[in-house]
Design a protein around this ligand. Structure first.
Ligand SMILES: O=C[C@H](O)COP(=O)(O)O
Length: 264
């Protein structure tokens, strides 16, 4: 259900636990050298490095006034306190972060994060002026049972619980089927559209058509230069959350420049 409001595409590179701060600097420089200000305006381009790289990425981006945005892969739901190893939204905001991933399936799996915690993290992000990229996605069992839509809508409903329409309109949703993450097994464009369309419809039902029309929904899972154009051709897919391919400058640049693939 593509609305009349044009949504700016958003490509986000989730570096996961890869690249030290020197490698991070090199990758940002390569991206900056290959993407023009117009390309970075037409397609919002975001890098999501590990916490230890954020200061370096901030310095590189601010120093050269680059239009690349950056953010973190997680945050604490708490403002501050005795939470060893955690990083707060206040700290991320002070480092100039624009985005933060919440509810990635790897955090749900390895750190046992549930929808209530994802909801608390989304609220902590918004309270600090950060845009949460709220991840949902089904595992292989759910997909085999054909219950992917209900599963993802339930996850999103839990993650957005208690948020006002105005807050929901600011967030980014990422649909990432777990069976497609890092496997090379990309969802078909139709698979991506089915769930992204259902998520938008659910947002429309709960928060109104205007919110559903402006909220951006990404697909994630083995996105690469060779499949991005077909995925982006789907009416309810507004961008991609990219893992492995975002670590290779040429590949991520090509994903950001997906519109050129269409013209060829
Ligand atoms: O956050 C990114 C996703 O988990 C996708 O990772 P991937 O592109 O390596 O499959």
């Amino acid at each position: 259900m593509a609305g009349a409001t044009p949504r700016t595409p958003i490509m986000a590179g989730n570096w996961k636990m890869h690249l030290d701060h020197r490698e991070a600097n090199l990758l940002v420089q390569k991206l900056a050298a290959s993407l023009t200000p117009k390309q970075l305006t037409d397609v919002e381009t975001v890098v999501l490095p590990p916490f230890t790289d954020l200061r370096t990425v901030q310095t590189a981006i601010d120093g050269d006034k680059l239009l690349i945005k950056y953010g973190a892969q997680d945050l604490s739901p708490h403002k501050n306190g005795a939470y060893t190893g955690d990083v707060s939204g206040v700290m991320l905001a002070k480092l100039g972060c624009s985005y933060v991933v919440v509810g990635h399936s790897e955090r749900r799996q390895h750190h046992h994060e549930d929808d209530a915690l994802v909801n608390a993290k989304a609220k902590a992000a918004l309270a600090n002026g950060l845009t949460p990229i709220v991840c949902v996605g089904e595992g292989p069992d759910v997909r085999e049972a054909g219950e992917q839509v209900a599963h993802c809508v339930a996850q999103l409903t839990g993650a957005l619980d208690g948020l006002k329409a105005e807050q929901v309109s600011k967030i980014v949703v990422a649909y990432e089927p777990i069976w497609a993450i890092g496997t090379g097994k990309t969802a078909t464009p139709e698979d991506a559209q089915e769930v992204c369309g259902a998520l938008r419809a659910a947002i429309s039902g709960k928060h109104g058509a205007e919110v559903a029309d402006v909220i951006r929904i990404q697909y994630g899972g083995s996105v690469k230069a060779g499949n991005i154009a077909a995925i982006m051709a789907q009416p309810d897919v507004d961008g991609a959350l990219v893992g492995g391919a975002s670590l290779v400058a040429e590949e991520f640049v090509s994903i950001v420049r997906f519109q050129e693939h269409v013209k060829r």
